[in-house]
Design a protein around this ligand. Structure first.
Ligand SMILES: Cc1cc2nc3c(=O)[nH]c(=O)nc-3n(C[C@H](O)[C@H](O)[C@H](O)COP(=O)(O)OP(=O)(O)OC[C@H]3O[C@@H](n4cnc5c(N)ncnc54)[C@H](O)[C@@H]3O)c2cc1C
Length: 407
């Protein structure tokens, strides 16, 4: 019996267990259940979206410099998010909002902006570029805009809401017969002769043939129980929600484009209900995901406001509507882990490094293809999953190489 509210009992056995009820686990459960050839049980130790997903800024962009594997996954996923209600059933929060990259020629940021421009243009994804005075005309709220050589706009970028999407996927998975069980923690993976035979939980064992672990920053702990090493560092990021002054909101009804500055260490995004979200994007503050300070540091809030003053002075007088912190599950190269490793029937989807939300539909669909031993394709495009294989860390500790940390 399926339960879409997320509190059903453990079944006696199931074909496939999905561990983790974030946007990845719920998307994977949805696509697996929709395929219709196996029973699926999702186990979440807390409530759905209790991890990174619930804190996500949920920006949907397509510009990824020259890392076009992400452009392809993000574009396919964005199409899916746009038609979420049609595809999955429930409606989810969604708002179109261009993402602009300000940059200087001859810098890594400039090269990244231009590479992404070319990648989007080649694929027919709406993108535009301004140079010189045209930047100031296009972005009048940005006092600092005149200092940059170019601005590349990912014109059809958008944002959504992490919890809403995870709950939507969970409901959709339930409609296709999956059991969604919350408040049950997986404590280990059972094997026999090198094959997965079940999972141990704090509510007893559950027999299964396959397990897909999408447990965010907690994944390495489970991986260790079957001798799989996954290099993930949980890092804390800090978020402030601003209430812009009314004259600013009147002058700029779309408030601000989503953007990060060339140093890439913080970003700004309009929010549902006329707010403005400002957040760090630093990857430096390593924490225990079970025990970290959920309130931003005073000095970081001051720094964010000072940064804002330099680019949008009118927002320096904004009121503060809310503050919180969230955790990125970060790999050395900031690339994902999507792989089968360890005992036969054991799959891993983790290490989304602060940019996973926008790819959740693609990840659900690709993991489903891997579990069903099919070609990993999105539309007509074959996705090279070797890019996300754990093996890359055996060949080099930083895997695919130093990351680009732009949002
Ligand atoms: C502040 C912030 C801003 C972000 N902004 C963006 C953005 O703008 N765009 C973007 O694309 N991405 C963004 N991200 C990244 C994105 O949100 C994540 O990549 C994505 O949510 C990861 O989802 P997940 O399901 O892998 O992990 P999580 O959401 O962490 O889910 C893992 C789940 O597993 C459960 N779990 C753990 N261990 C067990 C166990 N043993 N048994 C059962 N359940 C278990 C946890 O309780 C948790 O619910 C942001 C992240 C943060 C924190």
């Amino acid at each position: 019996m399926s339960d879409t509210t997320g509190d059903s009992e453990l079944p006696d056995r199931t074909d496939t267990v999905v561990v983790g009820g974030g946007v990845m686990g719920t998307s994977i459960a949805y696509f697996l259940a929709r395929a219709g050839d196996r029973s699926v049980t999702l186990l979440e130790r807390d409530t759905l979206a209790a991890g990174s997903t619930g804190d996500s800024s949920a920006i949907l962009r397509h510009h990824y410099g020259d890392e076009t594997i992400y452009t392809d996954m993000a574009w396919w996923s964005h199409d899916f998010f746009r038609s979420f209600e049609q595809e999955v059933g429930p409606r989810i929060a969604y708002e179109g909002s261009p993402l602009v990259r300000f940059a200087d020629e001859g810098t890594p940021g400039g090269a990244y902006a231009r590479d992404g421009y070319d990648a989007l243009a080649e694929r027919g994804i709406p993108v535009s570029m301004q140079e010189g005075d045209a930047i100031v005309e296009e972005y009048p709220m940005y006092d600092g805009a005149s200092e940059f050589d170019l601005a590349v706009s990912d014109d059809t970028a958008a944002y959504s809401d992490g919890s809403d999407a995870a709950l939507g996927f969970a409901r959709g998975a339930g409609e296709h017969g999956a059991d969604i069980v919350t408040g049950v923690s997986v404590t280990g993976i059972r094997t026999h002769n090198g094959d997965v035979t079940g999972v141990d939980t704090d509510s007893g064992p559950l027999e299964c043939d396959e397990v897909v672990v999408a447990a965010g920053p907690w994944t390495p702990q489970l991986a260790e129980t079957v001798g799989v090493e996954i290099p993930i560092r949980p890092v804390r990021e800090q978020i402030v929600l601003l209430d812009p002054p009314s004259d600013y909101a009147e002058a700029y009804p779309s408030l601000t484009p989503t953007t990060s500055l060339p140093d890439g260490e913080w970003y700004i995004r309009p929010d549902f209900g006329e707010g403005v979200l400002v957040a760090t994007h630093r990857y430096v503050d390593e924490v225990d995901p079970d025990d970290y300070d959920e309130e931003p540091d005073e000095e970081m809030m001051l720094e964010l406001v000072e940064n804002l003053e330099t680019v949008i002075p009118e927002l320096a007088d904004a009121g503060i509507k809310g503050t919180y912190c969230g955790v990125y599950s970060t790999t050395p190269d900031h690339d994902f882990v999507i792989d089968e490793a360890g005992p036969d029937g054991c799959y891993w989807a983790c290490g989304f490094s602060g940019h996973g939300f926008k790819h959740a539909p693609a990840v659900g669909s690709l993991v489903t293809a891997v579990v069903r031993d099919e070609e990993p394709t999105l539309g007509d495009e074959r996705i090279d999953l070797d890019y996300f294989a754990l093996e890359r860390f055996e060949e080099a500790p930083d895997g695919n190489g130093a990351p680009d940390d732009y949002i």
